[in-house]
Ligand binder design. Sequence first.
Ligand SMILES: NC(=O)c1ccc[n+]([C@@H]2O[C@H](COP(=O)([O-])OP(=O)(O)OC[C@H]3O[C@@H](n4cnc5c(N)ncnc54)[C@H](OP(=O)(O)O)[C@@H]3O)[C@@H](O)[C@H]2O)c1
Length: 343
Amino acid sequence: MTETARTHAEAAPRVPTTMRATTYDRYGKPEDVLRVTEVPVPATGPGAVLVEVRSASVNALDWHFTTGLPMFARPALGLRRPHRTIPGADVAGVVVAVGTDVTRHRVGDEVFGEVSGGGFAEYVAAPADWMVAKPANLGFEEASTMGVAAETALQGLRDWGRLEEGQRVLVNGASGGVGTYAVQLAKALGAAHVTAVCSTHNVETAARIGADRVVDYTREDATATRERYDLIFDNAGVWPLRTCGRMLAEGGSYVMVSSPKSRWLHPLPRMVANPLYFMLASGHGPGFKVAARNTADLELLAGLATRGLLKPVMDRRFTLDEAPEAVRLQGEFHARGKSVVVP
Ligand SMILES: NC(=O)c1ccc[n+]([C@@H]2O[C@H](COP(=O)([O-])OP(=O)(O)OC[C@H]3O[C@@H](n4cnc5c(N)ncnc54)[C@H](OP(=O)(O)O)[C@@H]3O)[C@@H](O)[C@H]2O)c1
């Protein structure tokens, strides 16, 4: 048994002391600051598990953490230097060691979950209840996409948007990581009709995952219609708030999880304007919210996937050495579903 493994109650004998990881120690363009280095395998405390990463998915937050942009987010990301030194917030893999207090998992369990960075590596340590059992019908790559993006869609529709059965939903930005989950989850939660807004090359994908109507925003203005929605889930944030308010049915909700970004300030102004606008206008606008890691939600998502009600839409696969390109591309905000980094 190695030095690292001796700190665990139960450990596979093959756990090494060092591992390959994509790391960074300063902010900058992903291609300038991310590189593969050899680092210690993280130690796990009594309540934690060590997971051999089989796949980690790429999220917008990896781009934010790597670039340190927008600047107004620096206090949260790390003022002078990044708090996180290894990107990757969503992982799927195999438990290779468990802490002395862990009863939830055993060595050999196949799990997925959301971590606080560290996913673009061969191993990651996390509190045991951050990991849940991987659905048997999903591969590791698919399961690794069901953290941040699917939780954002679920919490946005169910908690912030108060989605009820039979309602009409519009998802703007419907074909990326969050959007492909939002379209499927709206249907799974009982929406009667889902309109998906995306660009030409993603129209087919949006229709395939269950959208009842797909609007190609390069050819048609989705706001220039008499359609009214009980819930607008806005993953793009490009329409004026007044227009969004006008598109809501009586008592409808406008949920905004994103808007275009700039180096310094955006999307802060819209984040501030959103709750103010809906305080004065009719309709429910719960303001800009950030999804929270939630074990029960991950289990719910896993259950939906097991029942075939949720199917991750896979974009591209990258190696650890290619992770800079994966994060750079994520920063263009035109993904088709989810991309993954495979150690
Ligand atoms: N608040 C939270 O908790 C939270 C959590 C996760 C992510 N986010 C934010 O949500 C956003 C989306 O994340 P993601 O992972 O889904 O990114 P993504 O995978 O890159 O998807 C972005 C989507 O936006 C669409 N889009 C881009 N420009 C558009 C426009 N003008 N009109 C309509 N749609 C447009 C893209 O579709 P086309 O390629 O077809 O244009 C794509 O479907 C990011 O800004 C991210 O920071 C917020």
